[in-house]
Design a binder for this molecule. Structure first.
Ligand code: HEM
Length: 185
């Protein structure tokens, strides 16, 4: 199964781009629409904008209990009411990648409580994490979220809480791409 996705910005694609804002470091170029689709080798893109790749992978930090809590609460992507989405590409610093796995886990969860905070926003927010670092991409992660319009303020609250954590001291580039699609999926 192909679990690598391409995020293609340009003039076509299902998602209308509402805004692109650099939160940390360099932003991404403006574009009108975004397509998200399984990546195909040799599938040449005609779109004039940027293209980012990311692979859905195994968990790195979540414990058995956290995985169980997430499974209990999380909802799938493509819910009919979830007409809003946010793509947040993130790159972490060399200092983060120089840490050992157990040190990263300690910052991610014991100190920053990433999963604990995130669980407060499920099931309203559906998510998918893509890893890009090993693909030689400009970002380490492409984070993707979908929700109904009435949950956008809760999403902003979640973002503020995560960005205030110790984990975010290690984020050196972050772009916030807000999206909307017409009608149910
Ligand atoms: C909606 C609620 C959220 C939940 C339940 C959640 C949960 C998680 C979990 C469990 C992981 C670890 C996966 C693993 O074990 O490898 C993770 C990783 C990650 N999440 Fe979240 N998250 C949420 C929201 C967010 C948001 C809003 C952002 C971005 C602003 C974000 C950015 C990331 C990043 C970049 C990683 C990878 C971290 C790394 O491996 O260094 N998450 N998330």
């Amino acid at each position: 199964m192909n679990s690598t996705y391409a995020f293609i910005a340009g003039t076509s694609g299902e998602w209308r781009i509402r805004s692109i804002a650099g939160y940390l470091g360099e932003s991404l170029d403006p574009a009108q629409r975004l397509a998200v689709r399984p990546y195909e080798i040799g599938g040449g893109e005609q779109e004039p904008g940027w293209r980012l790749l990311g692979t859905v992978s195994n968990v790195r930090y979540a414990t058995r209990m956290e995985v169980a809590s997430l499974r209990q609460r999380q909802e799938p992507l493509r819910r009919p009411q979830a007409s809003r989405a946010v793509l947040i590409p993130i790159r972490k610093s060399a200092a983060w990648w120089d840490l050992a796995q157990d040190e990263r886990r300690a910052i991610f969860e014991e100190t920053s409580q990433h999963t604990r905070i995130g669980l407060d926003y499920l099931p309203a927010i559906a998510r998918r994490l893509h890893h890009s670092r090993d693909l030689g991409e400009p970002f380490d992660f492409l984070t993707w979220f979908e929700f109904a319009p009435e949950h956008e303020s809760a999403f902003d609250d979640l973002l503020a809480r995560l960005r205030a954590t110790r984990e975010w001291d290690f984020v050196e580039r972050e772009v916030d791409v807000r999206l909307e699609r017409d009608g149910p999926a």
